[in-house]
Design a binder for this molecule. Structure first.
Ligand SMILES: Nc1ncnc2c1ncn2[C@@H]1O[C@H](COP(=O)(O)OP(=O)(O)OP(=O)(O)O)[C@@H](O)[C@H]1O
Ligand SMILES: [Mg+2]
Ligand SMILES: [Zn+2]
Length: 269
């Protein structure tokens, strides 16, 4: 084999370099030498910036972005909707929602239209309120399903479950930090906070639970959030505190569900 020294001197011999100047690279901020390489052989010449770290930085940036993306995907899997959803809602879609009364037709239409006009630039929240078993969670799930089919990211979670998950990150063995989880809750395109108000009976509006809910709510300004509750607004206000309640109502359409408990109806059949 030919000694490397020989190869080098042959290749180097085909080039001539000329220093054109020194400058600070606009991309990476390094002091670089601008060198013109003139080729006399078959290899290409050109102008190069010696000491420039732009490429390096670009590669690191891409790797970091990719890692972030993967981490986000892992976290979203922690919030896997199919496992978080109550079994009774596994088949919940717009099509399986029976709209036999006027009220049911109205709420179904609101939900369908909301999903239909959903876009990231025009954020809008919904608050589904009404008694037990009237289909609030059913329609909230249906919206998330439709949107996820269209490529949006979404999480459906009951508030008690969300709080349990956040608490679980305090365990040293937890794969994710509380910050990671909050990040996912704050950044998905659509978040359903199901059964808000059900979680912290007897606690004050300053409790840990309320402060976490508020943090998520607050961070989701300008995004889409859907709340479901069977509390009246006065009760909710009492549970969440006036400030959180008023934040919750910002840009939020209140949709009242009425009628008999569908669960009981099913039992009677
Ligand atoms: N109009 C409907 N058509 C078909 N299924 C319905 C309808 N309304 C409710 N259901 C079903 O009844 C069950 C209870 O509904 P859902 O969980 O949506 O009630 P909810 O209003 O969220 O009640 P809660 O306040 O107790 O959370 C679910 O299995 C749901 O799929
Ligand atoms: Mg519900
Ligand atoms: Zn550079």
């Amino acid at each position: 084999m030919e000694p490397i020294g020989n190869v080098m001197s042959r290749v180097v011999g085909q080039f001539e370099t000329r220093l054109l100047g020194k400058e600070v690279c606009e991309g990476c901020g390094e002091a670089v030498q601008v060198v013109q390489v003139i080729s006399r052989g078959s290899l290409p010449g050109g102008t190069f910036k010696f000491g420039c770290r732009c490429k390096e930085i670009q590669i690191v940036r891409e790797i970091m972005a990719e890692n972030e993306r993967r981490k986000f995907e892992r976290i979203v899997r922690v919030f896997d909707n199919e496992s978080l959803m109550p079994k009774s809602l596994r088949n919940a879609t717009f099509d399986t929602f029976q709209a036999s009364t006027l009220e049911q037709r109205a709420v179904l239409q609101v939900a369908r239209e909301y999903a239909g006009r959903f876009n990231r630039d025009e954020p809008e929240n919904l608050l589904f309120t009404g008694p037990y078993g009237t289909g609030k969670s059913h329609l909230a799930v249906s919206i998330v399903r439709v949107l996820m089919e269209r490529g949006f990211t979404g999480i459906f979670i009951t508030v008690p479950e969300m709080l349990t998950k956040l608490k679980s990150t305090y365990d040293k063995k937890s794969e994710f930090s509380e910050g990671d989880m909050l990040q996912a809750l704050k950044s998905v395109d659509v978040l359903v906070l199901d059964d808000i108000g059900a979680e912290y009976s007897g606690q004050s509006a300053e409790s840990w639970a309320v402060s976490k809910i508020f943090e998520v709510m607050n961070a989701r300004q300008g995004m889409h959030t859907i709340y479901t509750t069977n509390l009246h607004s006065e009760q909710l206000q009492e549970k969440l505190g006036a400030r959180n309640f008023s934040r919750m109502c910002e840009n939020t359409r209140i949709v009242r569900f009425e009628g008999a408990d569908y669960r009981l109806r099913k039992m009677k059949k």
